[in-house]
Design a protein around this ligand. Structure first.
Ligand code: DQA
Length: 149
């Protein structure tokens, strides 16, 4: 079965207890269950990965680039957390592997928040961006990825 990689960056392991007024009360395990259900419905499997370390996220993108080229991976749904707004290295990793479709997801509407969240280094190398739909955004991103030719 072809795979979709769902990646989450720093502090997203705290979902459920972290600023629930902004991110809701669902946990990362709930996000994983939602993603698996959505992907399985379309006969895809999910590889779910979270890290608080930029280098680990970069290495996972490198690995995803290889799997994509081998035809084993449809693409990546990625919530880079705060690294969205700081990481040229993640931008370069996505650009560097070449052709890997990445959909950027944010639980909150980053554009309705502080100005420092309005810049994303990932958006220019993403095929699309979803923000502000809560954890449902992950499911929407999976469907968007699957609907791509
Ligand atoms: C976030 C938004 C980021 O600005 C923040 O640093 C996060 C979560 C979101 O899902 O809304 O960690 O990516």
């Amino acid at each position: 079965m072809k795979k979709i990689l769902v990646m989450n960056g720093p502090n997203l392991n705290l979902l459920g207890t972290r600023e629930p007024e902004k991110y809701g009360d669902k946990t990362l395990a709930d996000v994983e269950a939602l993603c698996s259900e959505m992907a399985n419905k379309h006969h895809y499997a999910v590889d779910f990965f979270q890290s608080n370390h930029e280098g680990e996220l970069i290495e996972k993108i490198h690995e995803a680039g290889k799997l994509f080229k081998a035809g084993e991976l449809k693409g990546v749904v990625f919530n880079p957390g705060a690294y969205t707004h700081t990481s040229i290295a993640l931008h370069d990793a996505i650009a560097g592997v070449g052709g890997l479709p990445v959909i950027e997801v944010h639980i909150s509407n980053v554009y309705a928040r502080e100005a420092f969240r309005h810049q994303s280094y990932v958006s220019p190398v993403a095929v699309g961006v979803l923000a502000g739909f809560g954890i449902s955004g992950y499911g929407m991103a999976i469907e968007a990825l699957i609907s791509r030719p």
